[in-house]
Every structure is written in C-alpha cells, then in structure tokens.
Design a protein around this ligand. Structure first.
Ligand code: ATP
Length: 902
C-alpha cells in the first residue's frame, strides 16, 4: 500500500483504489491494520503553526515607541560617557522584552490549548461495525461515513453519495457548496473539480456519503497549504484595538508635552543635554508601557476561567462581547431541557393510553383509565408503536450504569415505549428489515423508512404539521380507514403539547413490492395517519436558575425552537421565561408561520416582545438576530444544525453545542459549550463581565499613576527645581509596578452582585468622565505627596539622592495603596474580602522587597542613583499612601451613595 503524496486518487477505478489502500468497503479495517497504519502514518493531525516564530515574537517586543525613545536616551547617555545609566536603560529594555515575551507566550499557549480541546469526531466502519472515533485516530484505508453537518476528517475518495454537497471554502475559497458524485475522473482534473473526492477540513452542508481515507494529517491537501491553516488566534479584541489607538494618541500628547517641557527648560536657561534627559524621563514616566501586556493576560485568564466552566471561546473578542450581552436566544431541546425523553402518552383516534416508568429502562406499563392495557391487542396502537420502533436510528443498550441510548434521545424514547408495550426491538427489526431511509433533518422535520415485507411499507414520523400535510386517511382504534379529521387531531395535539409534551406524529403507506428506495417525493402525499406519541423532556434545573440570574442581570432570554408552539410555551413557563403578570406568568409565543407574514418593522417589535419562537426555520433565526440587533441589542444565539451557521455568524455571540452540535455549527460559532447547557452561557456572561471589570480596573489603576509621575517632572521643570525622578528611576518604577502590582488585578475574582447590574453598553467609552476625574485626583495626590516629601527632605538637608529615593518610594507605596482601591470600581476592599485575591498581597510584598533593595543595596544605589533613607521617611511615605487610600475610598463611597440615590 502506498500513500505517496502524488497518487492520483481521483483517477483510479474503484477496485484499484481499494486494492492500493488495502481497504474493505463492506467491513472496514481490522484493529491490527489500524494499529499498524497508525505506526506507519502517524496521527491524523496538523502540527500547530503559531503566527510568528519565537525569535520574531521576541524581536517584536522591541518594536514599541517607548523602547525607541529609551534606546535613543541610552545612546545619548553612552555618547556622554554615562555608561552606567546607558547599561541600566539597556538592561531594563531587555528585561521588559523578556517578561513581555514570556507573558505573551503563556497567553498564546492557553489559547492554543483550548483550540486543541475541541476535537472532531468521525464515524467509521471497522470490523463491520459503525463506530464514532476521534478523528485523529483515522488512518488511510479507513471507511468513513459522512452526514450533513460533519467536518470532513481526512482526504477521502467517495464510494457512495446521496445528495452530497460540500462547502470547500476552507480549501478553494469558493463559498458555494459543490455537488459530489462517485466514479473515477480524468487524471488532469483540477482539485476544485474533483467531484469524487472530499478533502479534510471542508464541511458537509447536505446529504450523506461513504468514502475511503486516502491521506491523513500533513499529507492531506489542507496540510500542504500551510498558510491557510488557522494559526493561533490574533490576540486582538475591540478593546485592545481601542486601547492601542488611545495609546498612540497618548504617545503624541506625551511627546508634545516633552517638547514643551524642553522649551520651558531652555527658557529657564538649562543646558539642552539635561533637558533632553528631562524630556526622556517625562516620556518614560507617562507612557503606560504595561498596558497592552496586562490586557492580553487578563483576556487569556478570562478564557481559561470560561473553559473551566465548560465554555470554549473560539474568538477572543467574544470574551468582551459576552459582558455586554442583552439578549440570549436559546434552543430548547438539550439546552434548556435535559434531552432525556420518556414517552408518556399514546393516542390513536378513539384510544388514549398513558405509559409509566422512568428513564430509558424499558420497564413500565401501559395504562388506560388507570388499568393495565395490552397495547399489542389493538392493531392500530401496535402499528403506531411499530412505526416508532422501525423508523428509528437509535440503539438501546444495557450497560454497567443501566440503560442508555446511542443516538437521538427522541428516537430512544420511542424504542423504550415499544419495548414497554411488548415489542422486542431486535427481533421486530429483523422481521421487517430496512431497505432505505430519508434521514431526519430539522429543515424537513420528518424521517421516513422503507421496509421489506408483504406488502412493503413506508413509515414516517415527524412534526405533526408535516405528517398531517402528507396524509389523506386515518386508521382509527377499531382498524377502520376513515377520512382524516384535522380539527380533532389538532385539538389532541394542543391538549398534549399544553402539558409540555413533545408530540410526534406517525403515518404509513404501502408501496409497490419492487420498490427499493424512497425519496421525499414518495412520501409527499397519500399516507395513512396512525396517531401520536407524546414525550416529556424535563427542564434542566440549573437552566431555571440561570434564567433567573439572567433576569436579574438585565438579560432577556428567548426560546427559539423547532418544536410545537404549545409544547415550547409550556416548557418556557416551567423554566421561568416570559413576563410575570398579576394573573400569573405570561409566555408570549409566535410560530414560524406567523413570523413569515411579518414585515421587517413588525418583526423588530415582535422579536423584542416575544419570549418563545416555535417551529422556526434557520432562515428565520437569522432574521430574528438581525431584528434584535436593529433594536440595538447585543445578541447571543445558540445553534446546532448545519443551517444555523449564518445565524451563528451574524449573532454577536454565536454559541454552538459541543456534544450534539454539528461540526459546521462549531466552525461558525464564537463559543462552544462542552456540556450543551444553557447555564453555561449564563456562566460565560458572568465571567465576561468579570474580565471586563478587571480590564477597566487595571486601566483605572495605571493611568493615574502614570499621570502622577509625569506631573512631578513637569512641575519641577516649571518651578525650576531639581527633578524628583531621574529617567532611570521613572523607568524602574514603571516597570516594577506594572508587573508586580498591576498584574495582580487580572486575578481579581468576580465581584459580588456582578449579575445584578444591567449589561454594559458596548458604546460606553472606557475613559469615562468618572475615570478622568479619578486620574486628576490620584495624579494630583501622588504629585503633591512626592513633591512635598522631596522638597521637605532637601529642605532638611538630605542629599538629592535621598530625596529622590523618598520620591520614588512615595510612588511605590502610593501605587500599592491605590491598588487596594482599584480591586473594585464600586465596593471597598472590606466588602470584597481582604484576602479574596491573595495575589494583591503577594504583589505588594514583592514590591516592598524590591523597594528595600532599591533603597539599601549599594549596587542598586550605584545603578539607580539612590541612597538609604531613615525610618521617619518611611513613616511619612506610608502616611501619604494611606491618605491616598482613604481619599479615594471616600470618593468611591460618595459615588456609591449617589448611584443608590438615583
Ligand atoms: P430545538 O430547536 O429547541 O432543539 P427540536 O429538537 O424540537 O427543538 P428540531 O430538532 O428542529 O427541534 O425538531 C423539529 C421537530 O421535528 C420536532 O419538534 C419534532 O416534532 C420533529 N423531530 C425531532 N426529532 C425527530 C426525529 N428524529 N425524527 C422525526 N421527527 C423528529
């Protein structure tokens, strides 16, 4: 067997192809063959390719305005022979680059790990049985089954196709799905025209197929075009972009200010070289160099926290958007409900039977008017149960942990009901083997199967409206074929659905004895209606709590489901959707049919006012997202089907289901829920709010401290006083505080009450008037504190080195105290819990340690022009810090009271 890259797989006749791959279309590979091939070909994986190599990433750390300014300053210093200063500046620049490089690497690593957490599964045929396996275990020669919604797991040559359409845009850039077909093609057929091949990473948008794996991993077509492979996510979000442009603006302002200071100094008659150093000190002091790195790290921490709560973020901006979500549109089945179905009621015209028992254990009785009832004695009821058993792809299994279902729980429940009624599953299936099937697709809302027998029969099951539309007659409980009474059936459906039952309708038709296959046209009309089965699917308890939490957080939850309006409304009411009115809970529901008739204008108000949308098509989901967005809402929308992709892409947060979702929906989503649970969306929103809070806290902390440092220098120049901070000292204080103090805010836990405030408006500026006032307040306090203690020290006869050491320590201590204020934008540290973020104290401890070294270690005295100071100086410094803490604390309390009064 060969898997040489150049084998023209598309051109080989099928027998040669299978021979070359040593593959068996009917049986698949054996475990021994799989093991052997895994050793020879490796795993079906693409090596991750990071955006930039490590060297380039390291060098890019130096590509910052501040670094250029510092390098210029170092060069001037070196030119003047001040080697120590020059080397300190070089040293700090290098250290800064190393820290930035490590931190960025960690953030990228965290994101890459998450990308790996999302695995793709594939359905294969091995040893004659269908199996779901991790796609990385595929080997050449494996027989793979594809269905709509799958991501093609390796390069395949197709052996069987049914209406297969594949979106090959990942490979060819062509966004319109292409039709596939079997049969060898000409040797020189271009890649995009090879209808008999389907390539790794492309998406099945329709139909089913069987194919044999020709290449895996790096040998696939996608593996060969490295530049198309999604590299690690760019670490940019709307906020980081906004901050980047703000930083640029700030840089120009700071440079202008530096030039002005230079001019003022010249006017005072200072030597230009000194003034250049003053300008550099000013720039260094004022540029918040820690900002971008800390933002990235905060986001990465948020992503990791969300992953721990079962939400995998695929696009980084979602972390921020989640915090401002105002509407969550959620599927019902499996997301708000448990997706554990149990049939409770059977109905055929003239006969109503209930079913007891719990879960999937096929133990329970059929009851009529409270008395045990033998369902198989009634031919129509037996036929209804038989339709449920045969028109079914699920498997009921008894394992160590009890009975479980493989496949769709809706279908599993039908198997259990049939078994409870006395129809044994495997023997019944053997009597009437399946010849063909039309699989269930949400789009059509029904499934049909053709069975051997005399006569041959088609069974159809699905949504009531779809089944009724295809029926002309009805088989009543007495076995008579009577005309269909639509009103009676609908009344029964309403009654069952009103109790929250999920209602499926069943029908059948006899076909010609030689019919071997079926298509949609074969079941378009003329069927005989059999009856209804109603099943419960209890709400998830945690979803009920999460809906409540969302309500408190000013987020509206809407149910968008393929199910019947009455079922959906009943479940919605149990979950707590809708509005409370004096007469009870009001759940407004609209069906897809009603939505169809609405103009865009009407849809906009309906979208806002309605809690439940039932029998909704994927196109209508998209329209609903657009209508809500047109009203200024920030919309999170869930989806699992292949056709949900446009709505997921359009939503502000597209949410896919990790367990039951199709690969197509996962590709289109911003976030994937690994537990398919609504409560996880609410948890992610909560985390998103927490991350955003922490970003704002860091900004609130860093900007005023930079302003304070800059002001000290400016005032000294204007008053023609010696500088309280030298350039290397400004550099020291900036670098150490950002890493040791500021970074601790990224670990701040979520604040209490975070889900009791309204969503953040996405258009609110980060730098609010409140923040501007805070910058002015804290900047002034730091300025006054450091300048006063500096001047006082000089006045008392201390050396300039000592006075500067005091000024630098005012910043270190003042920023430490102010850090405590910034742990919450609203609450005091004591409300949060003094020790709830231990990193704050670790950071302050580390900061104080390095300040002691900075003050007392002779080497540091030499490098940074500092000198030891006395304990009374420390007392004064601490008093200034405490004063800052108390004044800012009072300002926060005042704001809190004003907010409460409003
Ligand atoms: P949700 O959209 O909230 O997940 P859903 O599961 O009801 O709800 P769909 O999967 O689109 O949505 O199903 C739509 C309807 O099709 C169901 O209400 C049911 O009547 C019918 N249906 C669901 N599963 C099957 C199936 N396996 N075979 C036949 N009909 C089905």
């Amino acid at each position: 067997m060969s898997s040489a890259p150049k084998t023209p797989w598309h051109a080989l006749p099928e027998p040669d192809l299978l021979g070359l791959l040593e593959a068996d279309q009917a049986q698949g590979l054996t475990p021994a063959q799989v093991q052997d091939r895994q050793q020879r070909f490796g795993r079906n994986l693409l090596a991750p390719r990071l955006g930039h190599g490590p060297l380039l990433r390291f060098l890019l750390q130096f590509h910052q305005a501040l670094v250029y300014i510092l390098l210029a300053a170092a060069a001037v210093k070196a030119g003047l022979g001040a080697w120590i200063d020059a080397s300190v500046i070089f040293g700090v620049v290098l250290l800064n680059a190393i820290i930035g490089f490590i931190q960025e690497g960690k953030a990228l690593g965290a994101l890459a790990a998450l990308a790996r957490a999302l695995t793709t599964e594939a359905t294969v045929l091995r040893e004659g049985a269908k199996q779901r396996i991790d796609a990385t275990d595929l080997v050449p020669g494996d027989i793979v089954l594809l269905a709509s919604g799958d991501k093609v797991p390796a390069d395949l040559r197709l052996l069987q196709c049914r209406n297969l359409r594949i979106d090959e845009s990942a490979l060819t850039g062509e966004s319109v799905p292409v039709e596939k077909a079997v049969g060898a093609q000409a040797f020189d057929t271009a890649l995009a025209e090879r209808a008999n091949m389907s390539y790794s990473s492309t998406l099945v948008t329709y139909g089913t197929a069987t194919g044999v794996v020709t290449s895996t991993g790096e040998h696939t077509e996608i593996g060969r075009i490295s530049e198309l492979i999604a590299s690690a996510e760019a670490l940019a979000t709307p906020l980081t972009r906004k901050i980047a442009s703000f930083s640029r603006l700030l840089l120009y302002a700071i440079l202008a200010l530096a030039a002005l200071t230079f001019a003022v100094g010249l006017w005072h008659g200072n030597p230009p070289v000194d003034l250049f150093m003053v300008a550099v000190a000013l720039a260094v002091a004022m540029i918040p160099e820690g900002l971008p790195a800390v933002l990235t790290i905060t986001l990465a921490i948020g992503v990791t926290r969300m992953a721990r709560r079962h939400a995998i973020i695929r696009h980084l901006p979602a972390v921020e958007t989640l915090g401002s979500t105002t509407v969550i549109c959620s599927d019902k089945t499996g997301t708000l409900t448990r997706n554990e179905m149990t049939v409770r009621q059977l109905w055929v015209a003239g006969l109503d039977v209930t079913v007891d028992g719990v879960g999937y254990a096929p133990q329970g009785r059929l009851l009529r008017d409270g008395q045990a009832f033998d369902a198989t004695a009634n031919a129509t009821l037996r036929e209804l149960l038989l339709a449920g058993l045969l028109c079914n792809d699920a498997v009921l299994k008894q394992g160590a942990e009890g009975w479980k279902i493989e496949g769709d729980p809706t279908e599993g429940a039908l198997l259990v009901a049939a078994h409870k009624a006395g129809l044994e599953i495997a023997p019944t299936q053997a009597v009437q083997p399946r010849l063909d099937a039309i699989p269930f697709e949400s789009e059509h809302q029904y499934m049909a199967t053709l069975h051997e027998g005399s006569p041959r029969v088609v069974y159809l099951k699905g949504a009531v409206e779809q089944v009724l539309a295809r029926c002309t007659g009805l088989l009543d409980a007495d076995g008579h074929n009577i005309p269909l009474d639509l009103a009676a059936v609908h009344a029964q459906v309403e009654a069952m659905a009103g109790q929250g039952l999920r209602v499926l309708a069943f029908a059948r038709a006899t076909v010609a004895p030689d019919q071997r296959s079926i298509d949609h046209a074969d079941v378009a009309n003329g069927l005989q209606f059999l009856g209804l089965q109603g099943m419960i699917d209890p709400p998830r308890e945690e979803a009920v709590r999460a809906v409540q939490a969302c309500r408190g957080a000013g987020i509206r939850v809407k149910m968008i489901t393929g199910d019947h309006a009455a079922t959906a409304a009943a479940i919605a009411s149990q979950i707590g959707l809708g509005e409370d009115t004096p007469t009870g809970r009001l759940v407004s529901a609209l069906s897809g049919r009603e939505l169809e008739g609405l103009s865009d204008e009407q849809l906009r108000s309906a979208a806002a006012d309605t809690a439940v949308f039932a029998r909704v098509t994927p196109e209508q989901k998209l329209r609903l997202v657009q209508a809500l967005q047109a009203r200024g809402e920030v919309v999170a929308m869930t989806g699992d089907g292949v056709n949900d992709a446009p709505a997921l892409r359009r939503a502000d947060i597209g949410v896919a289901m990790g367990i039951n979702g199709t690969e197509v929906s996962k590709e289109a989503a911003d976030m994937v829920l690994t537990d398919d649970n609504f409560a996880t969306i609410a948890a992610a929103v909560e985390e998103g709010r927490g991350v955003f809070d922490n970003l704002v806290k860091f900004i609130t902390w860093i900007l005023p401290t930079n302003a304070g440092q800059g002001l000290v220098i400016i005032v000294a120049v204007v008053l023609a006083q010696p500088l309280p901070l030298l350039p290397v000292q400004a550099l020291w204080i900036n670098m150490t505080t950002a890493v040791l103090l500021g970074l601790a805010l990224a670990f701040e836990p979520r604040e209490p009450g975070i889900m009791r405030r309204p969503p953040r408006r996405p258009d609110t500026p980060i730098i609010s008037t409140e923040l501007l006032l805070r910058i002015a307040l804290v900047g002034t306090l730091l300025l006054v504190g450091s300048f006063a203690l500096f001047e006082w020290a000089l006045h008392r006869g201390s050396s300039e080195a000592q006075a500067r050491t005091i000024a630098v320590n005012v910043f270190a201590v003042g920023q430490s105290f102010y850090l405590l204020n910034c742990r919450s934008l609203r609450l005091s540290m004591f409300k949060l819990g003094v020790l709830s973020n231990p990193w704050i104290w670790v950071g302050i401890g580390a900061m104080m340690t390095v300040q002691l070294l900075f003050t007392y270690l002779p080497a540091m005295n030499l490098l940074f022009h500092t000198a030891p100071i006395g304990w009374t100086d420390w007392l004064h410094i601490t008093l200034v810090g405490l004063l800052i803490y108390l004044i800012v604390g009072a300002e926060k309390a005042w704001r809190r009271r004003r907010e409460l009064r409003r």
